[in-house]
Each structure stands twice: as C-alpha cells, then as structure tokens.
Write a protein that binds this ligand. Structure first.
Ligand code: ATP
Length: 233
C-alpha cells in the first residue's frame, strides 16, 4: 500500500497541502481531481518521493519513501510528470529502454521488454526517431511507454491524456484500467467523465486542509462537484 500520512507541504512560503492523508492499494484506479492550483501535482511529487513533506510521511509497503534509495523507490513507484521537456537527443527506443533502469535486467530481457512496450503502446514505428523531433502527442506516448516499462507496483500519472488524440486517450484509459486490476494506478485528471467512467476511487482536493476521498460512485455527486468548483458544472 502507498500512503500519505498527515502530510503538509509548503512551497515558497505558501501552504499547498495541509494535513492530507490518503492510501492507494493494488486493484484500485484512483482519479485525483480539483481546481487548478489545488495541489494535485504537488501531491504526486510527494508520493513519488521527489519532494519531502514538511510534516507527515509517505510510506510504501511499510517503508518510509524518503528513506529508500532511488533505485528501490523507482522499483516501487513510476511517475509521469505533467510536462517533461527533453533536452538530449535519445532515440525513442533508448528513452523507453531507460524505464528499465531500476531493474538488473540482462541485455536480452531488457531488449525484449523494450520491444514489447513499444508495440503495446503502438509506437514501434517511432523507435528510431529522436525524442527531440516528436510531436507533443508522440512524445507523450513515449513518456507513457517509459513509465510502463518500469513495471512498478504504483503508477502515478499527472494528466496522462495531455496532447493525446481521442482514439489514443480511449486506448490508454482502458489499458490503465486493465493494469489497475493488479497494480495501483493514481492519475490526476481534469476530465470528470473519464474519472466517472473508469476510476474506482476518487480523491478531491478542495483547497487548504479540505479533501474528500472514497469510491467513485459515492464521491461523484452534484453536492461534491459544487463544493469542488464553487459553482454548478
Ligand atoms: N516550485 C514551486 N514553488 C512555489 N510554488 C509552487 C511551486 N510549484 C507549485 N507551486 C504552487 O503550488 C500550488 C499547487 O500547485 P500544483 O501544481 O500542485 O497544482 P495543481 O492542482 O496540480 O494545478 P493544475 O490543475 O493547474 O495543474 C499552486 O498555487 C502553485 O502555484
């Protein structure tokens, strides 16, 4: 289980998250929703171990996330950032292969998994291209394939559908749903229809120390939506 226990985060002297607790288990597909600036990405950064909360802790399978070495952490948790700007001219194949860095693969196995991921994510036609020369959607597909190649138990995805066409969005959400039957998938998503249709659980960040979480059937009602967005949607 991946848990945040009473975490508070301050950035630039502003309290962004306050006394937030949540828990994510295998077999669950979580949608994190909230207004712009509510702290969704900050929470994912905390859960991934990239930033340390001022108060509280993040635990993964009984261990303190911030006491794990980077490789052990990456074996547990894969994190797709909201936006990533590549600066080095790796090929698509090399970029996806890097997802395997936490694991001591032999070269054949690494090659096999990389090829498989390129195919599964429908990007084998891009494999020799430089990641610097891809369109926004193509690059997003590569970032997703890299994340999935990591094969971690917990997938943290910040707006994974950014830049993707509608067909690929539908393909991806179904893929994430299938993955979530064995692992834990936690995604920040602004598309409430997608969250309603596919997520088993929802975490709503309402600002300050106010948040709600539970199964999506209970959470996604009009009263909660009005609270979340301060006006009817
Ligand atoms: N590095 C930083 N330094 C200072 N403030 C930051 C930093 N990163 C984020 N913030 C602030 O923290 C708050 C939460 O940001 P965060 O990116 O977590 O929000 P979000 O809910 O993911 O928003 P969005 O839906 O717009 O992506 C915002 O007010 C933002 O301006």
């Amino acid at each position: 289980m991946l848990t945040a226990q009473h975490i508070s985060v301050t950035l630039d002297n502003r309290r962004v998250l306050s006394d937030l607790s949540c828990a994510f288990s295998a077999g669950e597909f979580w949608g994190i929703i909230g207004q712009n600036g509510a702290g969704k990405s900050t929470l994912l950064r905390c859960l991934s171990g990239l930033i340390t909360p001022d108060v509280g802790q993040v635990m993964v399978d009984g261990e303190n996330m911030h006491q794990l070495d980077p490789l052990s952490r990456a074996q547990k948790v894969a994190y797709l950032m909201q936006e990533q700007e590549p600066s080095l001219a790796f090929s698509v194949y090399q970029a996806v292969e890097m997802g395997r860095y936490p694991w001591p693969d032999d070269p054949d196995n690494r090659h096999h998994i990389t090829e498989q991921m390129l195919q599964e994510c429908r990007i084998e036609n891009l494999q020799n291209r430089s990641i610097l020369q891809l369109s926004g959607g193509e690059r997003r597909k590569v970032e997703i394939a890299t994340c999935l190649a990591q094969n971690s138990d917990y997938l943290l995805l910040d707006e994974p559908f950014n830049h993707l066409d509608v067909v690929y969005q539908r393909f991806l959400v179904r893929k994430l749903q299938a993955i979530s039957r064995k692992k834990s998938v936690v995604m920040v998503c602004h598309d409430l229809d997608v969250v309603q249709k596919y997520c088993t659980h929802v975490l709503m960040l309402l600002g300050g120390d106010c948040y709600l979480s539970g199964d999506s059937a209970t959470m996604l009602n009009n009263a909660h939506m009005d609270k979340l967005f301060d006006e009817p949607i």
